[in-house]
Design a protein around this ligand. Structure first.
Ligand SMILES: Nc1ncnc2c1ncn2[C@@H]1O[C@H](COP(=O)(O)OP(=O)(O)OP(=O)(O)O)[C@@H](O)[C@H]1O
Length: 583
């Protein structure tokens, strides 16, 4: 029963949401549904009037013209009903497109407010995945409620009222046919909610293996397609088994409900015959009810099998969408700050779903206008420290102060960063570079200057339309080399307004000599800023004002290149090991 009320509650919530998105259009849709319901009842009443009149004409107690007028009225109402149905179908399509835009906007807005750490949490990723899936069904769920209230209820209430005038027992019997329908609805809702919960991780697994087979050239070159095929089909089999079980249960319930409904109609038919024989209703009324009974049956099976059945299957997913977008979020009032002076006090950090501390009691003070290099072996925590400094992840313990104000209260507008895994936006070169400030007037002098310095030759044969050249093969633009993409990513990081920037090894595809020049240029471009360079090439770290050496989540050394060399510690060891490769 609890699930039934949840089902009702989410139908209402999604309908309210659609009314908030498109109030007038939804109102019009409801009006169409209501008039369509009225038109069907009118047809039954007119049918009885016609049969009664036809009987009187055959008995020569009434003029044939009366009978023809009623017939014309019936045809007119039928035509109006058909037109209303057509208009309603078309209008629903338009409304679907309009509301879909709002549904996605709400979803993207909500995703945008989530912390970066959420994207490291499998549970949170699943929540997003489920919400996206549920968003596809939110409009359909509201249409079902509107049609149920304004069309089916209007039709059944008016028809029951008409039947009541003929015999109160008739109308009660028609209503009783709804009972098995509601019970099956409760069971189905519960079943499909459970299905959604258990199938989402499997669906994600299937999608992931599919992407490994389709998108990755590496998979093919390594000959791993067969292995991924096996993984994909084994996950798909498990998923299909789950869906199949749920479908079998659903169809069994529907079969039972169908049998009960047919028996119910048998009882109604029996009552009708008895009423005619006792002359409690006219032959016209009998014919009208008999003719309309097939219509009632069609509507009933439509509402049970198609509408409510569909809603029961999808309500679990709609529930995920609605809970996701209405989930309470912390509203933090942030202030804009100069972010050049950053202090980390006893900062430790663990990733969600992991027990291991990847940063341990870090104490660090980054002061004005310095370029700092962070070095250390793989997995020592360099990138994680960068993300903590950018405020992308909150520390598990300790605090970060920016000009003595807690990082939580600082607006992140004045940060910039270029990561190892940067985005390759399939857009124009201009959009790729200016995307952070695209809404403002583009400073073309600044863009040209950055391109020059970073080594992006706008007049080259490849960039035929200069800054307007479309980049990336996705939409038929030109493809660039890995190093060229990396230069664009660096230009993008520098073009954004910032006073604190992090470069997390975005130069792996650039040749070493060019890389050295690039870092020198970068260092010059960010004088008067605080800059952090994360690199494995210790030769490059020399250009920094200070070098931080990390090991197993700790800062083990800090100083200038010559200070650290003379210390004869971890840095010297790493430096000597790398130097051996060159001499
Ligand atoms: N999303 C994640 N979830 C759980 N653990 C993670 C995650 N990302 C990184 N780690 C772990 O955190 C530790 C530090 O990783 P990090 O990427 O910060 O190291 P790094 O020094 O930048 O390494 P590299 O030089 O290879 O880029 C590693 O042990 C890694 O396994």
């Amino acid at each position: 029963m609890e699930n039934f009320w949840k089902f009702i509650s989410y139908s209402i919530k999604s309908t309210i949401l659609m009314f908030r998105f498109e109030p007038w259009r939804m109102l019009l849709k409801s009006l169409f549904a209501f008039l369509y319901g009225v038109s069907w009842t009118l047809q039954i009443v007119l049918l009885q009037t016609f049969f009664d009149s036809a009987q009187r004409v055959s008995e020569n107690t009434e003029n044939i013209s009366n009978c023809l007028v009623i017939l014309l009225g019936m045809i007119l109402i039928y035509c109006i009903g058909q037109i209303l149905q057509g208009v309603d179908t078309c209008y629903s399509e338009i409304l679907y497109i309009k509301t879909k835009k709002h549904i996605n906007l709400r979803l993207f807005k909500k995703i945008d407010t989530m912390s970066s750490l959420s994207f490291e949490d499998i549970d949170e990723l699943e929540k997003i995945n489920k919400a996206i899936n549920g968003g596809n069904f939110a409009f359909g769920a509201s249409v079902i409620l509107i049609d149920t209230i304004f069309f089916y209820s209007t039709y059944f209430i008016l028809t029951s009222g008409y039947l009541y005038t003929l015999s109160p027992l008739l109308s009660v019997s028609v209503l009783a046919i709804f009972i098995p329908c509601f019970i099956s609805n409760i069971i189905e809702t519960k079943g499909f909610k459970n299905l959604e919960e258990t199938s989402t991780p499997m669906r994600r697994e299937c999608e992931y293996y599919e992407s490994c087979i389709i998108d990755t050239r590496e998979t093919r070159i390594l000959g791993a397609t067969h292995y991924f095929n096996q993984l994909y089909f084994s996950s798909l089999k498990k998923l299909n088994m789950l869906v199949l079980k749920a479908q079998l249960k659903k169809n069994l319930i529907r079969l039972i409900v169908g049998v009960i409904t047919i028996l119910g109609y048998g009882v109604i038919l029996f009552m009708l015959v008895k009423l005619v024989l006792k002359q409690e209703i006219t032959v016209g009324a009998f014919s009208a009810v008999l003719a309309s009974i097939s219509m009632v049956f069609t509507f009933m099976s439509d509402i049970i099998s198609e509408r409510i059945g569909w809603a029961a299957e999808t309500m679990g997913t709609v529930d995920n969408y609605i809970s996701f977008i209405f989930e309470d979020k912390k509203s933090d009032s942030k202030i804009y700050q100069d972010t050049r002076n950053i202090k980390l006090q006893d900062v430790s950090f663990k990733y969600p779903c992991s027990e291991k501390e990847v940063l341990k009691n870090i104490n660090l003070s980054l002061t004005d206008n310095k370029t700092i290099a962070i070095v250390g072996e793989n997995g020592s925590g360099k990138s994680t420290l960068a993300k903590i400094l950018l405020g992308l992840y909150p520390p598990t313990r300790g605090q970060i102060l920016v000009n003595d104000i807690s990082m939580c209260d600082i607006d992140s507008r004045n940060y910039s960063a270029v990561f190892q895994k940067f985005c390759k936006y399939q857009m124009t070169l201009k959009e790729n570079i200016c995307i952070a400030d695209i809404s403002k007037n583009i400073d073309y002098d600044e863009v040209h200057n950055i391109c020059n310095q970073i080594g992006i030759t706008l007049s080259s044969d490849k960039l035929v339309n200069g800054l307007d050249t479309f980049i990336g093969r996705e939409f038929d633009g030109i493809e660039l080399s890995g190093g060229q993409w990396q230069r664009i990513a660096i230009a993008r990081g520098i073009y954004r307004e910032y006073d604190f920037i992090i470069l997390d090894e975005p130069t792996s595809a650039i040749d070493p000599l060019e890389e050295f020049n690039l870092y020198n240029t970068f260092s010059k471009l960010c004088t008067e800023k605080t800059a952090i360079i994360i690199t494995h090439r210790l030769g490059l770290a020399k250009i920094a004002d200070a070098i931080i050496v990390m090991k197993e989540g700790n800062i083990v050394e800090m100083g200038t290149h010559s200070e650290l060399i003379s210390k004869d510690g971890e840095y010297k060891h790493l430096f000597d090991t790398q130097s051996k490769w060159y001499f």
